[in-house]
Structures are given as C-alpha cells and as structure tokens.
Design a protein around this ligand. Structure first.
Ligand code: NAD
Ligand code: MG
Length: 379
C-alpha cells in the first residue's frame, strides 16, 4: 500500500528534497497534504504534479493566490490543521523554517503515525510539548537534521549511560579559514554555504556557527543529555555528521554524502537503497579532516558557556533572539557580526536575567510570550 504523506514546508529546501525522492518512487507514496508560505507558483506546480487532497496555509495572501486553482482541481485549502478530519498520515515531514513551525508541528502529530522533524527551532522552543503529544498519540519520531539523524542511528540499542561525549561536526561555513572582514559580509555572501544547499535562515546560521549552537541544544533535548556532553568540531568536508564517544574506549561515527536526501530517504523507507533517491555518485571519499572549534574565532560558542541561560526558557530566548537578529541582518539593518554580539549582550542583560527568574514555560502560549519578549529586546 502507498504511504500517505504530509509535508509541512513543501516549498523549502527540505520539502523539495523530499518531493524529489517521492517523484522517483511514485508507487510507494501518495502525497496527501502540501504546505507553503509565500512561493505560490512553486506550491501550485507541486500540487499539479502530486495532486494532494489538501493544501494547508495560514498565509492569507498565498491562499488568495491559489484559491481558483484549488477549486478547479478539487483541492481543499485549510488554514488550520485542526480542520483535518478522519485522516492518519503514515509519514509527516515537518520542515517549516523557524519558530513558525512549532504550532503546525504540534498540531499535525495527532494525525500522523510517524513524524520526521527537520525544523530544529520547533524542537528547541517546544520539545516538552512535542514529546508529550508524540507519546499521547503514539506517533514515532525521527530527527532528520543530519547530525541528529546520525546520533539517533549511532546510539540505537545502546545504554545512554555508556556515552562519554558526542561530537557534532560543523563545516565552518563559507568564511572558515578565510581572511576576510566579517563586518563587511553581505547577506548574499553569508547564504553561500560551501557544502549544503539550504534555506536562507539556516545558511546564515551556518555562517556564524549559530546553527551548531542550536543543534547542540536540539540534541540535548532529543537525547535527554546535558549540554556539557556535546562538543563542536570543525569538519570542512561535512561527510561525518556526528561522533559518539563511548566510555569503553570505542567511538562510532556516521558517514554519508552531504546531501539531505540521504537522511530523509532512510527515514521514509525502512530498507532504503541509494538509487531510489539519487543517481549522483555518492562514493566514499577518503580525505577527511577535523579541527578544534576555536572560541576566540567563533564567538557564538560562548553561548554554550552561559550555564544560567541553558534551560527551557533560555533556549527559547536564544532561538527567538537569533531568529529576529537574522531577520534584521537580512534586511541590512545590522552587520553580520552584530547577530552574535547583540545576542550575547542581550542574554547577559539584567532584564533577561529577571525574565528568566520570574517566568515559567507551563503552556505553549508561554513560548510565544517569550518570543514576543525577545522581539521587544531587539532594537
Ligand atoms: P527553507 O527556507 O528552504 O523552507 C522553509 C519552508 O517553510 C518553506 O516551505 C516556507 O514556505 C515555509 N515557511 C516559512 N515561514 C513560514 C511560516 N511563517 N508559516 C508557514 N510556513 C512557513 O528552509 P529549509 O532549509 O528547508 O529548512 C527547514 C527547516 O529544516 C529549518 O528549521 C532548518 O533548520 C531545518 N534543516 C534544514 C536543512 C537543509 O539542508 N535545508 C538541514 C537540516 C535542518
Ligand atoms: Mg544539521
């Protein structure tokens, strides 16, 4: 039987990679729901090809643009996932970018048997709510951010107490080892990632290594291990994604070509083989190098030393402030280097310390209150 598929963020980089795998294997999958936020032309062309039953979008402007196409093609447009009825997706892919993905991810779990989550910001801001919903609805979960996908596989059937350290690799981004004035970096330069083709926000995060800081937080939540167990190492080839060092003296690492289709396809299938996803030559490359991540050259690493901030409220603040500062950089309102400098100085401010003392994250609404508070701190 074909697997029923739902894709949140189908017009983004992860969404498109997923649809490329599906389009090579039409007999295995039936795309039931697509979702996008602004690129209505791409969403329409995806809908023409995959003929979903539903398109979900909370963006009024996009909905207006696709309304007549959907009526003509008998596609139901919904602006709230809770309007879905009597449906269970075999696999959902959560690939909206940013905290905007949190509510859709939470809402889709009850309609899904299995969810592949790429959207790290939703995990960082709302893992305890996501986890509760996964358990309540008996929905299985696979992280598809490549580092987390690797750890997930490396620790399968292992005792968590046997883990000494976990290393997350970072490519170093487009500026690693280059003698350039980072203050003069433009958004266009910052989004040119050397190894991966990704959305704009994650590409900027990779350029100043904020992506790795977010990934350490994401990993500590998913695997329920303290932040101090995680180390960042620079690996410019992006072929090893994580290394798990065990207390028995053995270390395991996972190698795969730097193409997100590999973790996605291996999560869509239980028995996957490579020509189902790509005809590229993905053979084993031998020249691998690893370097220490130097805190003097990479200021974002300082965030992982702010132990008083490293709790659920602090994680939401770190993520929200970063999202807002990235937006400002993209609008040319602040310098590239300001993203981390401002983030560090705001996190160190009295107002943040007071907020952390006086507010609890009990309800999902508290996450968005913290997000709004973060917005008020950035000028
Ligand atoms: P992208 O910018 O290419 O795509 C984002 C998708 O989210 C688009 O479909 C867009 O329409 C949708 N979206 C954006 N804002 C929205 C909003 N307000 N409401 C609803 N939908 C909205 O991003 P991406 O590179 O595909 O990344 C998606 C997520 O996956 C991110 O959280 C990222 O960190 C994570 N991730 C991406 C990669 C990668 O290789 N691209 C790798 C690992 C993890
Ligand atoms: Mg990653």
């Amino acid at each position: 039987m074909k697997k029923k598929i739902c894709i949140l963020g189908s017009t983004g980089s992860i969404g498109k990679s997923t649809l490329e795998i599906i389009s090579k294997n039409r007999n295995d999958f039936d795309v039931i729901l697509l979702n996008g936020n602004s690129n209505f032309r791409l969403l329409i062309s995806q809908a023409k090809k995959f003929k979903p039953k539903y398109i979900y979008s909370s963006n009024f402007y996009l909905t207006e643009k696709i309304k007549y196409f959907c009526i003509k093609n008998k596609i139901i447009i919904i602006n709230d996932l809770n309007l879905l009825k009597k449906i269970k997706f075999d696999i959902t892919i959560a690939a909206i970018s940013g905290i905007a993905g949190l509510l859709p991810t939470l809402n889709i779990i009850k309609f899904s048997k299995k969810i592949l989550i790429a959207n790290k910001e939703s995990i960082i801001c709302g893992w305890k709510f996501i986890y509760k919903e996964l358990k309540k609805n008996n929905c299985s979960f696979v992280p598809i951010d490549s580092e987390h996908f690797s750890i997930f596989n490396l620790i399968e059937n292992k005792n968590m107490n046997s883990i000494k350290n976990i290393y997350l690799t970072a490519s170093g981004g487009p500026f690693f080892g280059k003698n350039i004035n980072l203050k003069k970096v433009t958004p266009l330069q910052a989004i040119k990632h050397p190894n991966w083709k990704m959305g704009k926000k994650i590409s900027i995060d990779s350029a100043n290594l904020m992506n790795k800081i977010l990934e350490v937080i994401e990993a500590s939540l998913i695997f329920n291990l303290p932040i101090s167990k995680f180390k960042i190492i620079i690996h410019p080839q992006s072929l090893i994604h994580a290394v798990v060092e065990f207390k028995n003296g053995l270390s395991s690492m996972l190698y795969h070509h730097n193409n997100m289709k590999i973790p996605i396809a291996n999560s869509l299938y239980s028995n996957f083989y490579i020509n189902k996803a790509s005809s590229n030559n993905l053979s084993f490359k031998k020249n691998l190098s690893f370097h220490d991540a130097d805190i003097k050259k990479i200021p974002s690493i300082k965030i992982l030393k702010l132990t008083k901030i490293l709790n659920d409220k602090g994680f939401i603040l770190i993520n929200s402030l970063n999202e807002i500062l990235v937006e400002k950089f993209m609008e040319n309102k602040i310098l590239f280097t300001d993203i981390v400098h401002k983030l560090l100085s705001i996190l160190d401010s009295k107002v943040v310390k007071n907020h952390l003392k006086n507010h609890q994250i009990r309800h999902i609404k508290d996450v968005f209150k913290t997000y709004n508070f973060s917005r008020s701190l950035v000028n």
